[in-house]
Write a protein of this length. Sequence first.
Lengths: 432, 244
Amino acid sequence: MDWKDSEYAGWGRALRAKGAIARPDTRAALNRLEAAPAFGMRRSYGDAALNSDGRAVDMSSLDRFIAFDPDTGQLQVEAGARIGEIASAFAPRGWLPAVMPGTGFATIGGCIAQDVHGKNHHHMGSFGQHVSELVLLQKGRERVVKPGTALFKATLGGLGQTGVILRATIQMQRCAGDVMLVTERRAPDWETHLALLDASTASYTVGWIDATATGDALGRGIVEEGESAAGLVKPRKGARKVPLDAPHFALAAPVVRAFNWAYFHRVPARGRSVVRPLQDFFFPLDKIHDWNRLYGKRGFHQFQCVVPLEAADSLRAMLAEIAGSGLASPLAVLKRMGPGRAGYLSFPMEGYTLAIDFPNRPAARDLIKRLEARAAEAGGRLYFAKDSLAQGEQIAAMYPDLPKWQTEVAKADPAGALETDMTRRLKLRSAT
Amino acid sequence: MNSSWIILGATSGIARAVIRKLAAQGHAMFLAGRNISELEAIAADCRLRGARMAEVMSFDARDASNYGQLIARLRDEEGELNCAVFTGSMPDQEVIDANPNMIEGVLADNLTGPATFLTMFAPLMEERGCGAIAGVGSVAGDRGRLGNYVYGAAKAGFATYLSGLRNRLGRSGVHVMTIKPGPVDTPMTYGMKLPLMTTPDAVAEDILNGLKRKTNVLYTRKIWRLVMGIIRVIPEPIFKKMSI
């Protein structure tokens, strides 16, 4: 049986879809299917992977490694290959994907379609800047796409609208080994936090932020800096599972405040350096399988925006509003981004990015709407991999290259066979 | 020590999960099946995930003419040899009812083909005096049921064969494990509504653990040992009226 009627959701589980899903495990099986949007491990939070009342192709079984050249570090894989599996297989041999997002479950196809970034964006740019070739399936035919072309720019960060991504060649980066030397420092307030991020020269830098702290402690957090290293640490144990949907009070404000207080004080005031398995540093949340169930049945939303460097004060104001709301979750991240981006609809811009989860409740949805308006006003941008609530008009203003993307997409998929819930919600293919 | 795994039916959903784990452990992989281009892709994947080497072999459960050649090739490989059998086919019972001549093929895919190969391979295993054989039966082989009794009969036959082979090879230090998976979420079962479904990855994990512990008969998921234990003791006069 090719198609199975399913109910499925994005990672945030707040947006759901009903539709037929196919899961081919060979090229022959994929070729049998009519054109439909493709998805990988559904790690995008909103509706990027959903196609309500339509069909969608699950690419996660087309996940083979195809070829690797140890002289150049070029690795070719099928689109369903997970970034974490590539890291685990190649780090002991001294190679890592140049850019890795915050979950190892993300597929290469997903990394391309969202042009993801990692903790090293300030040095290495976005994922797409290290893609040296990719192959699309367009109307039943394979098409090789190289960097520098308009089709490449429309595909990187292009939400799968230019064709089904079949495979890609990525430039790997040398690494010292499969462990990370991590330095953690406390940032007691917003100014110090930004200053530490600005001054960091480490390969990988990220700030965890306590989004419940207010007043003088607003913006406090832990700045983590990492370098790859060789050595022996105990490999990480198998992932733990969340056995059932948590009750809605599991992440109530007092619980989150207590957790964040403990998390902040876990790092000594003078800072510390520790050695961690690679997976623990890059994919900390993967340790708990299905952690999205901690938010209960109703699911959650993640808000992520980037604002230009000079708009740092606007971001501070957004954080103050979040902290004052009592709606924040423990999972909040602050990062300085460089300018690197590969596609017309790529998220990154030079500036600061803030990512934070909220339970799916009316008050949180209202708050996110206000945050989105502030991000737009600050000349910032929202991230398609996270978004589930934005509006088309807002997005069009944030992505000035949208018309160029639309031109390429119209050529690649004139019938609109690859439209998803997200492209329809945000009117991406029709907005002007 | 050098160790090699020959995998019969290497393109099956469960096989692919097992192959990945074995490759990551650095074994030499001999991938046997009918779809050579698909096998080549899996072999390339094996090499990149850490296999010492990976080679593709043509294997058809319905045609034993080249089994001798395959075994000669394996004889050239030094060190411990291991074999895992994933060949099989499961046509709908109604389709078989309408075309009874399909039964021969089902028996070949699930029983006579792999049993012929293993019987020819067994002397080499005895000679080496080490290694393991893991063969996939099915919980469907534990009792003939309305829904798939031809498939069940073939799997029951294979389980009995493996039990005998275990008895024989145990004497020379070769372990034989019978694997009885319940429904697994593979392309073969995609879209079917089946109880207590598990994933190929979980089954592969169980298989590798079972081999380490020298389990004789491995049910995966484990609950199936209990479920089938109950189903087996239902008296026939009652069972024949049930449709489970």
